[in-house]
Design a binder for this molecule. Sequence first.
Ligand code: ADP
Length: 672
Amino acid sequence: MFTKILIANRGEIAVRIMKTARRLGIRTVAVYSEADADALHVESADEAVCIGPAPAAHSYLRGEVILEVARRTGAQAIHPGYGFLAENADFAAACEAAGLVFIGPPAGAIRVMGSKSESKRVMERAGVPLVPGYHGEAQDEATLRREAGRIGYPVLIKASAGGGGKGMRVVREAVGLDEALAGARRESKAAFGDDRLLIERYLAKPRHVEVQVFADRHGHCIHLHDRDCSLQRRHQKIIEEAPAPGLTGELRERMGRAAVAAAQAVNYVGAGTVEFLYEAGEFFFIEMNTRLQVEHPVTEAITGYDLVEWQLRIAGGEPLPARQEQVPRRGHAFEARLYAEDVPKGFLPAIGRVTHLRPPREDAHVRIDSGVRTGDEITVHYDPMIAKLIVWDADRGSALRRLATVLEDYGIAGVTTNLAFLASVARHPAFVRVEIDTGFIERERAGLAMSVPALQSWQLALSAIALLHARPREPGAPLPTPDTPPGPWDTLDGWRMNGEQLLPLRFDIDGQTHSARLHFASGGALEVELVGDARVKVAGIRMSDDGAITAEIDGERVAAQLVRNGGEWTLLARRHRWSFAPDDPLARAAHQDGGSGHLVAPMPGAIIAVLVKESDLVERDQPLIVLEAMKMEHTIRAPVAGRVAKLFFTAGQQASESDELVVIEPLSETRP
Ligand code: ADP
């Protein structure tokens, strides 16, 4: 076994690999970019070496530099995690050439499986069932158009070198083919440096079912059961489970055998995942991921195995530690991926500082894998995943209930997350009934909580109390409570002193201003009057310096946490979370200025295409600009029909968040 390994990755997966290494008494070397100098994975390693500036191309993707670090630090093997260099055959080969063990499959297997087209040809020969499609070498328009017609619409275009849903386009009818091919080529070229495409029949309601396989260097290969990863948005998984529910034992066995055959066809070694689409009792190979998957913890939960330990042992030359019939399958597990993203804005990645993080406690049922701590920043440079929540229970129903409560109890503030959305997915009756397929999220969107629900009066009252208590005070002055009402420094706010003291407060939530009047009665009672709404009785307020607040609101005890991040304040209480800001009339005026035709960059990114010219007439929803941010393409569309009045960027330029991109003059205002 190795005594020291290098982990060529960051975030939760680097931290997770280090945990197993530490348990096995193996020393770890972390590599990090300048942006990650204070990251958890750096802190978790025995040694850490900076390998360059923030962009992955200048740090985590520099194989040469990483090899040099391994040599210098005396690491014997490199674990690539997932993403970055994990499926880079050249890097795997370079490791071996440098006398280092690549903790993964041989370069040849990565190469074959790295091409969706090539892998399909090999699978066809190995007798593994495929989705009907075209995966040939010829890439001219005429061939692709003819093949799409032969397969029959709707079709799915994929990047041959693809992964992570990038370069994928559904085309419902022949007219949309050209635009989709161009977009897929562009995205594929940018992401993989290769613009070859393949076309498949687009299955109507498939489930994504995959099989975890493991092979050793002694010719043995087994599978560790299946997972269902049908809950996806933008063709990317967000909730996974093991085992895949509702499959017959016979089908499950056939699928497991096909997965093992797929791995053996490429002389596989180590951990891999064979992905299938499953529809109406049939399954079809789509691809093999030649690495450890993000969702491997659900398999660990039902088998009791540590898959990273298996990887390390196999890379060290040991045989598989179990035979097929010995692999346990106990209970049911779910994983949910907590992302910094804005769900109502089409799951747009979000950035910002995590100012407050209080995950639920881990125990025999709950596991949390994360590379993010309080105060860490989610940047544009890397994947915006904050944590993975894994729950296990004796059966699917219990595990799913547990998942929902764990999500609801997760305390996080500072960045916009998909937490409320995940929780509402976990509570969705159709998900509970296993009525799932890869279109589930798109179809059920309307019924899922996209963001925090409308605020209730206790929440508004709590916001007012938080503002009152956290406002600047004279040094040493007590917190104002019903017993010690606000002091004279507040007189500017317009007190009345006739037995009852009154304090007006204003604050903004989601661009809307709320007004409240706090009534301090002489008997020590406090009431919050929500102007134009209810009056709420408040008693027993306590607030500590770290922002913990307790109060009795209308006779019910509420424990809340206030998190302040510059001008934005967030409250977390009773599984609700909402952000508000003290009213600032200047900021309000600036906001109202932005007319509907002014389009700004939703996040920092590179302008990769400008599809219109100044003074062009555009339809509503017409694509105007393609922005690439966080490795994804975002199309900026016309919000109204009109004329392009001004373009601020050309292709190739970099836009910062909130930069104005284009001005559209609405049609009604356009003069001939
Ligand atoms: P990637 O490697 O980019 O993740 P995959 O080939 O693994 O791409 O597919 C990702 C997801 O896209 C699948 O889980 C499924 O939801 C959807 N998908 C892929 N192929 C098809 C298809 N032929 N028909 C319908 N959906 C598909």
